[in-house]
Design a protein around this ligand. Structure first.
Ligand SMILES: Nc1ncnc2c1ncn2[C@@H]1O[C@H](COP(=O)(O)OP(=O)(O)OP(=O)(O)O)[C@@H](O)[C@H]1O
Ligand SMILES: [Mg+2]
Length: 304
């Protein structure tokens, strides 16, 4: 069902302001068609305006003082050192940084796969640390799509079975799950390999199946850990265009880890990670002025 809200803002003297903000209700089915977000029809200079608008928007991902260490005592390794981060709906964020700096660890914690040592992750305002196992499983199945660095395909299932399995686990009828899986595989040009098991696919093809599996559930948040690491440049730009379109037109929120400067430049925002924390946070309009950041130390190791 389609619904939308009309909000009239008033200025501080309570005179109705000519600013009208329309906000479409979060409805994932219609979102892509209608466009989701806030349309400002007319704006008069109003010093309170930014403040009021920012209150209407809530980050879909919020990370607060996040730390993570592995091991105990003298053997303990501190991997995340108090990360703070806010990402809004529809953002497409590239995460770069040296190998071993903690990028995958951060993604795993945001996706509820790994618990933090301290701090919080809020998804749509919900503290995932407070969810029980079942709620966390549902979150991963319905709202958060993962493209893992190591693919994590099930070796005994063919491509279409790997992609349709999460849908079926979520109660989607078999036929519908097959159709959605096939469409997702076609989007990554894997429509011709539906019945191949992972061992009969190349590394890049397995990666594309893993991408299709994440796309098929139409996640609100997509966490992609080096999604183009095994792809040639044509496939790589196809996949990054696909991700950018999902963020732009379907308002999916995407964090993409990459070591590839060309891939990172397709995002709307760059986070440069170093030694367990965010070193730089650069908006797309400032990419050119910060061109060196895309290359500096992106492939050195964390201590380099
Ligand atoms: N389960 C674990 N137990 C112990 N140490 C771990 C574990 N997982 C990760 N680490 C360590 O945490 C550090 C960060 O690892 P992480 O995988 O997050 O790095 P990364 O930035 O994703 O690197 P890459 O670019 O190579 O994928 C590494 O030094 C790694 O050895
Ligand atoms: Mg990694």
């Amino acid at each position: 069902m389609q619904k939308w809200l009309r909000i009239e803002l008033r200025d501080s003297s309570c005179t109705p302001s000519p600013l009208i903000v329309r906000s479409y209700q979060r409805n994932r089915k219609t979102r892509g068609l209608l466009g989701f977000g806030i349309l400002v029809q007319s704006v008069l200079p109003d010093p309170q305006l930014d403040l009021r608008l920012s209150r209407l928007r809530m980050p879909i991902i919020e990370v607060r003082n996040l730390t993570k260490h592995f091991g105990v005592g003298e053997m303990a390794v501190e991997v995340l050192k108090g990360v703070n981060l806010q990402i809004e709906e529809g953002e497409f964020v590239a995460l770069m940084g040296p190998s071993g700096s903690g990028k995958s660890t951060l993604m795993n914690i945001i996706g509820g796969i790994e618990p933090p040592s301290s701090g919080q992750v809020l998804l749509d305002g919900m503290d995932i640390g407070k969810l029980d196992d079942e709620q966390r499983t549902l979150l991963r199945r319905r709202r958060v799509g993962f493209i893992f660095q190591a693919f994590n395909l099930i070796p005994t299932l063919n491509a279409i079975e790997n992609v349709s399995l999460p849908l079926q686990l979520d109660g989607v009828p078999w036929k519908q799950a097959q159709e959605r899986a096939q469409i997702a595989l076609q989007r990554v040009e894997m429509g011709h390999r539906l019945d191949h098991v992972p061992s009969k696919l190349s590394g890049g093809e397995q990666q594309r199946v893993a991408i299709a599996r994440a796309l098929a559930i139409e996640p609100v948040i997509l966490l992609a850990d080096e999604p183009t690491g095994n792809l040639d440049s044509r496939q790589s730009s196809r996949v990054t265009e696909l991700l950018r379109d999902l963020a732009m037109y379907s308002r999916q929120t995407i964090i993409m880890v990459t070591h590839d400067a060309t891939v990172a430049r397709t995002a709307f925002r760059l986070l440069k990670f170093k030694d367990g924390n965010i070193e730089r946070d650069i908006a797309q309009e400032d990419f050119e002025a910060n061109a060196s950041v895309f290359h500096a130390s992106s492939v050195q190791n964390a201590t380099g």
